[in-house]
Design a protein. Structure first.
Length: 134
């Protein structure tokens, strides 16, 4: 499995914000410690600080989405960054998101994560239903 580095995730956030001229911020990251935690957690094979093991690619993709949003790692565009990181992670590992999971539905998914509608396990199950090896 190919995981993201912190620099790759930061670059995705900067790219998303590049289209917004009002963002000339040198430091886009709000919580570097939380980003470092996410990187370590996603790469671990066992439990990490008492959290469940990320046993499948769907759990890892869900963790990227969940923690970027819930930990509000960046000053702005956390949900857009989280969705992009999640879908790119799946793509980088030869998985495809089903066409019926449109950009609008991905946005709705991110909003539901923000509002505590999904747990990490529920997100992983959702992704398993909406992505496939291909």
């Amino acid at each position: 499995m190919r995981y993201f580095t912190d620099l790759e995730i930061l670059t995705i956030n900067k790219f998303i914000l590049a289209s917004k001229p009002r963002y000339s911020r040198v430091n886009y990251i709000q919580h570097n410690d939380r980003l470092q935690f996410l990187i370590e957690y996603a790469n671990k094979k066992g439990s990490y600080f008492g959290l469940q093991r990320l046993s499948t690619i769907y759990h890892v993709a869900a963790a990227y989405l969940y923690f970027i949003i819930k930990d509000h790692i960046f000053y702005d565009a956390c949900k857009r960054t989280a969705v992009t990181v999640m879908t790119t992670f799946l793509t980088n590992n030869q998985y495809k998101v089903k066409k019926k999971l449109s950009r609008i539905k991905l946005t709705e998914l991110a909003l539901k994560v923000e509002k505590n509608v999904y747990t990490l396990d529920q997100l992983a199950r959702f992704l398993q239903e909406h992505a496939y090896k291909g």
